[in-house]
Design a protein around this ligand. Structure first.
Ligand code: GLU
Length: 423
């Protein structure tokens, strides 16, 4: 008998609620494997940890941390660690599940996992950030490892944080285990191309989708939400291909320039002072971002940004999901009805985890590849995956999201079935 899990109570538009509805939509396309579909609706393992540290002022602060291993049927758990004041268990569960689907969609030999700590990294000193990272790593050390679950960067985490995680895990096991995390600094077993990989994957899948739609990238107008590692890199690559980045939004504000923003000038300002400090565009209202005249919309920030209301407003013909879970289910239906093509997160932003896989393989073999080799392999994997998904979507007359879930869930549940239930 199947039953709902008892420890989260998702709403329809919450991350876990969104994920569950995406699974429900794919079940009719799973044939006999539908028997195993319930396995996708619950994480294999969820760990909640207390992370106490001594702050610089001598007080003791406690943070709540999570590591969720959603599914490991196809290999070790894989997925980032997020530092954000709104992180919850439910959010991390959804993010871990999207990792399961993502790694299967691009056919990497991984399952899906995710971690997070509820904190605002801007409010911590570098010393406090290091302490919280190390204590968190030690606490989740009982379930992570190079062969079991491999963390990586996500929102507000970076190569330095991965170096601390690698060092802490290594100290605890008494060796140097570079393969325990990916997204590390280059001289500590990191991979060339990893920093730009997610943005590059958004560009590669977006370029192919635009070609199939007959949308010329030269002169195409693009609006980007989120200007971190994913949004800014994708924006640069599209601009190099001749597109105009007309609007950019981040947590500090929204700017617009119909002739195209000067990215070379914008990127350093955005990094230092936030977008609002840039004078090469007009500051517009947060909500006005969603109906700016544009051809392509790239949500590259957090979940739940494209609501039903915003889906009705957008002028874009193509949505490229750089973020995880940016579109709620009701908005997905509206976009499909309006003929707006969505390249879903679980394929669109899979470039990051793909180069994480390359990094993990390089760490194990202690043999490092040059950047051309990384990029050629990345582009090939992304293109092959997208083409297969596109054919599935055409064959069943379904959205690219449901097609991606169909391809991925077939792989996951086939592995589940072949392995069999233990005992
Ligand atoms: N955090 C990234 C994602 O959401 C990358 C995860 C990884 O490289 O393991 O896909």
């Amino acid at each position: 008998m199947n039953s709902e899990i008892s420890y989260v109570h998702p709403s329809a538009d919450s991350p876990w609620g969104t994920y569950l509805s995406q699974v429900d939509r794919v079940v009719p396309y799973l044939g006999g494997l539908a028997r195993w579909a319930e396995t996708l609706k619950r994480p294999k393992r969820a760990l909640i940890v207390d992370v106490p540290i001594e702050m610089d002022d001598g007080t003791v602060a406690h943070f709540e941390g999570y590591r969720v291993q959603h599914n490991m049927s196809r290999g070790p758990g894989k997925g980032g660690v997020r530092f954000h004041p709104q992180v919850t268990l439910e959010e991390v569960m959804a993010l871990s599940a999207w990792m399961t689907v993502k790694t299967a969609a691009v056919n990497l030999p991984f399952g899906g996992a995710k971690g997070g700590i509820r904190l605002d990294p801007k409010k911590l000193s570098q010393n406090e950030l290091e302490k919280v990272t190390r204590r968190y790593t030690s606490e989740i050390g009982i379930i992570i490892g190079p062969n079991t679950d491999i963390p990586a960067p996500d929102v507000n985490t970076n190569a330095q944080i991965m170096a601390w995680m690698m060092d802490t895990y290594s100290m605890n096991v008494g060796g140097t285990a570079t393969g325990v995390v990916t997204g590390k600094p280059l001289h500590l077993g990191g991979s060339l191309g990893r920093v730009k990989a997610t943005g590059r994957g958004v560009f590669v899948t977006g370029r192919e989708a635009a070609r199939r739609l007959g949308l010329d990238l030269r002169g195409a107008r693009i609006a980007v939400q989120g200007f971190g590692n994913v949004g800014s890199v994708a924006a640069e690559l599209f601009a190099e291909a001749g597109a105009r980045i007309v609007a950019v939004q981040d947590h500090t504000g929204t700017i617009f320039n119909g002739d195209g923003l000067d990215l070379a000038a914008l990127i350093p300002v955005a990094r230092e002072d936030g977008l609002a400090g840039f004078n090469g565009g007009k500051v517009i209202d947060t909500e006005a971002f969603w109906d700016v005249p544009c051809d392509i919309l790239i949500p590259a920030a957090l979940e739940g940004q494209i609501t039903a209301e915003r889906a009705l407003k957008t002028q874009a013909k193509l949505v490229l999901e750089g973020a995880n879970g940016p579109t709620v289910p009701a908005a997905d239906d509206i976009l499909a009805e309006r003929g707006v093509l969505v390249v879903p997160d679980v394929i669109c932003n899979a470039g990051g985890v793909t180069v994480s896989y390359f990094e993990w393989v390089q760490d194990f073999s202690s043999f490092f590849w040059d950047e051309d080799e990384i990029n050629v392999r990345l582009d090939r994997i992304m293109m092959n995956a997208l083409n297969q998904i596109w054919d599935t979507a055409d064959r069943h007359k379904i959205t690219l999201r449901t097609a991606t879930f169909a391809v991925a869930c077939e792989r996951i549940l086939m592995a589940r079935q072949e392995r069999g239930l233990y005992p």
